[in-house]
Ligand binder design. Structure first.
Ligand code: TK8
Length: 338
């Protein structure tokens, strides 16, 4: 009996192995995935994209190949999103803020001072509420896989150090193409101008705009320090990036192929967050070394800014819907407590 059972088990496991090999061979078609992103290759975005590409290739036995194309060579975030929706491009990573025109719920992540730290952001973005917002993209032709960290945003400009709220007056400030950012910075007194990221360096260089806001990592990797003198530590909002797949493309993939993309996206997320945080810890010193003049807002001024910005909360809540607003506030409170 024992021998019989052993033989049976052995036979079954051989069958299982053979079967899984056959499934694997059939399940992966040779595929080339164009993956676009806005920053350059030597940025946190570029490094994590490279890791994603390697993971996909490895997990599909070399069948699925990711062509990573950075520096907005395939277009700005908004242009790439349209290409994904139309099925002309397979994948991208970009800011959630630039998706608000497609899926209004994405504006929830633009709420000023929503998260106090990265840990809260991870818990909420990776939790049920983050998934719910991500799933809203599907009806618009996009599949969200994971959120990466863009990071806490800080203000730079070429005019003057911003030591108090009034110093923002009249500064021509590039903002992402999104009404929350436009409203937020108008509320603070700046002359806010929406522009795609791909046009930002030139706009700063030619003084079409005086300033911009982005995480330290981006100010460094995009060399904004060459054209911006003043950096004010504001941490006014945490920006996620989101890894997207064209739904048209996704629906044509086998379950095994979809799994390869999702697993690799998760690996890239964990790597990207660590890498971004390590870089951010050093970036401020690097930026000072490059000649930027850095100042922290005095606490009283930071509070004035916070208070002013809370005026945009009501309009965000109205736009995304009270129930989502409450869900997110609840998830943040829970993350804060735990
Ligand atoms: C890069 C952008 C960028 C974002 C911005 O494509 O536009 O300022 O912070 O990271 O998505």
């Amino acid at each position: 009996m024992k021998t019989f059972r052993r033989t049976l088990l052995a036979a079954l496991s051989v069958a299982a192995i053979t079967c899984s090999f056959q499934v694997a061979a059939q399940d992966f078609k040779p595929r080339i995935i164009r993956f676009g992103y806005g920053l350059n290759e030597v940025s946190n975005q570029g490094r994590a994209t490279k890791l994603f590409a390697e993971e996909v290739e490895k997990a599909s036995g070399g069948k699925m190949k990711v062509r990573a194309i950075g520096a907005a060579a395939l277009g700005s975030d908004v242009q790439m999103q349209q290409a994904l929706i139309g099925g002309a491009q397979e994948m991208m990573v970009g800011s959630t803020a630039t998706l608000v025109g497609i899926t209004k719920e994405m504006a929830i992540w633009d709420t000023p001072f929503l998260f106090n730290n990265a840990k809260e952001a991870d818990v909420v973005l990776d939790g049920p509420v983050g998934q719910k917002v991500m799933d809203k993209l599907q009806e618009k032709g996009l599949v969200g896989l994971v959120y990466w960290e863009n990071g806490f945003r800080n203000l730079t400009n070429s005019k003057r150090p911003v030591n108090k709220l009034e110093d923002m007056d009249g500064i021509k400030l590039r903002v992402m193409q999104n009404n929350v950012f436009l409203d937020s910075f108008k509320t603070l007194g700046a002359n806010a101008v929406p522009l795609p990221f791909s046009e930002l360096f030139t706009a700063l260089e030619t003084k079409t705009v005086d300033g911009q806001e982005n995480p330290y990592n981006t100010i460094l990797s995009s060399k904004f320090y060459e054209v911006q003198k003043y950096l004010t530590v504001t941490n006014h909002v945490y920006s996620p990036w989101i890894v997207l797949v064209s739904k048209k493309y996704w629906d044509g993939l086998s379950t095994a192929e979809q799994k390869v993309l999702l697993d690799a996206a998760k690996k890239s997320r964990d790597f990207e967050r660590q890498d971004t945080r390590a870089e951010a810890d050093k970036a401020l010193a690097d930026l000072k070394g490059k000649g930027m003049q850095v100042n922290e807002l005095p606490a009283a001024e930071a509070n004035r800014m916070r208070e002013k910005l809370s005026a945009v909360n009501a309009s965000i809540a109205a736009n995304v819907g009270e129930s989502l607003w409450k869900d997110v506030q609840g998830a943040v409170a829970q993350a804060r407590a735990g």
